[in-house]
Write a protein that binds this ligand. Structure first.
Ligand code: ADP
Ligand code: ASP
Ligand code: MG
Length: 418
């Protein structure tokens, strides 16, 4: 008898009928002779609606109260799913993050899990229960409710799988696995049978929101066998995320993703002296603001400019910090560009193949897409483009790197906002 952790996202539990379908999928795993822990997200677009509601009350909601509010979404779905499982004659118990013992650091809206106290969970499992856990939430050692960041239920599931040394963690969602890009943008895109943790992690970080980046990080760290599969085609095995040693051949590019949640900021006429960059980025870091791409121009007349990107959610905080930095350094202007998207290609196979970057730039040029910034890492190349060009860039890059398929993916829902 094994332990299986299943996770169902918001679209999979969007209405009572879907909750009954999830109950069937859970019971099926129980009937296979396994102990089952199932992690669920809030129903449908509940989290978006709660955020909207808060913004209608105040433009700058307090982050502690936001976590208090958002954590209610998952609490609704766990109770309903436990009821649906019980209605089929099985023992089930719902548990919120605090009851499970998902301990996090005290950073509201993007807390990291530091520990999972499994005693209570184990006890309930040993009593024959199917456990239904609220994803996305945890509790600090002081008893404060936290959330793990948008899409964080994936991370709850993988962390629980790691803590229970589960045999598998299956992430059920509204697509049939991990594709080379979002199949809602390019329906005829290849699906991966397997993908390495490293590539999946990069893809998740650069905008492939099929998995929360920290879920992949945790799976890699604790060697959790992780699968992304369809909640409406249960026999379909989807995509297995595996260790790098098990991969035989790497394609130069495994996937393409876009992230339109960033804002570009340009600081002009900064003094060209030691400590300027340390001051700018140190001040942002002190305020918990992460910076992604950075470019510093060549100095002339004793000054230079630095352009960088930050998450749009951090924009108000960053402006405050930068106004102070600007005054202190007697810098020039702070220019803002919101109409941007970062388009990235990811592939472990690009390491020893020169020319991939040039192919990417040429493909964008052939499609009349201007590049505003570039950054690279060992297995990733990112280009900042105009937001309105993001979808075309993705399509062009899928064609360029032969990621198209003759079959179309079965996709539901609206086109994503990139
Ligand atoms: P859930 O509610 O199940 O967590 P998400 O919306 O978070 O679902 O993630 C699934 C969505 O991720 C899919 O509907 C798909 O549009 C999107 N997606 C983005 N990139 C990819 C990719 N490379 N492969 C598969 N799906 C992707
Ligand atoms: N409900 C949360 C969100 O919408 C967490 C999740 O779905 O994983 O981001
Ligand atoms: Mg998700």
């Amino acid at each position: 008898m094994g332990v299986i952790v299943q996770k169902f996202g918001g679209t999979s539990v969007a209405d009572p009928q879907k909750i009954h379908n999830v109950a069937k999928a859970v019971i099926r795993e129980k009937e296979n002779g396994n102990d089952v822990v199932v992690v669920v997200s809030a129903m449908g677009h509940t989290t978006d609606h709660l955020i909207k509601l808060a913004k209608e009350v105040t433009s700058q909601p307090d982050s502690r109260e936001m976590d208090m509010l958002l954590s209610t979404g998952e609490q609704v779905s766990i109770a309903l799913l436990a009821m649906a499982i019980q209605a089929q004659g099985y023992k089930a118990v719902s548990m919120n993050g605090q009851q499970v013992g998902i301990v996090t650091e005290c950073i509201h809206s993007r807390a990291r899990i530091v520990d999972i106290k499994t005693e209570k969970l184990q006890k309930k499992i040993s009593e024959g229960n199917i456990i239904v856990v609220a994803g996305f939430q945890g509790v600090t050692p002081d008893g404060e409710i936290t959330t793990l960041g948008r899409g964080g239920s994936d991370t709850s599931a993988v962390a629980i799988a790691a803590a229970l040394k589960a045999d598998r963690c299956d992430i059920y969602t509204d697509v049939e696995g991990v594709y080379a890009t979002d199949p809602r943008i390019v329906p005829n895109v290849q699906k991966a049978e397997t993908i390495s943790y490293e590539e999946m992690l990069e893809l998740a970080r650069v905008g492939a929101n099929v998995l929360h980046p920290r879920s992949v990080e945790t799976a890699k760290q604790f060697n959790v066998p992780l699968r992304v599969r369809s909640s409406f085609k249960l026999d379909n095995l989807g995509t297995l995320i595996i260790g790098v040693d098990n991969m035989e051949i790497y394609k130069p590019v495994a996937g393409v993703a876009a992230d339109s949640s960033q804002i570009r900021i340009l600081l002009s006429e900064l003094p060209d002296i030691p400590g300027t960059a340390a001051k700018v980025f140190g001040s942002l870091a002190k305020n918990n603001i992460s910076v992604d791409m950075i470019i510093q121009s060549l100095a002339s007349n004793g000054t230079n400019s630095i352009a960088f990107t930050i998450d749009a959610d951090d924009f108000d905080g960053a402006l405050k910090v930068l106004d102070e930095v600007k005054a202190e350094l007697k810098a020039g202007e702070v220019l803002i560009d919101k109409d941007i998207a970062k388009v990235s290609i990811v592939g472990a196979g690009m390491v020893d193949r020169p020319g991939i970057a040039a192919d990417m730039f040429r493909s964008l040029a052939d499609n009349n897409i201007n590049i505003k910034m570039i950054s690279t890492s060992e297995i990733k190349i990112s280009c900042l483009v105009e937001k309105e060009n993001a979808k075309n860039a993705i399509k062009a890059l899928c064609k360029e790197f032969e990621l198209e398929s003759t079959e179309s993916a079965d996709v539901k829902g609206d086109l994503p906002d990139v």
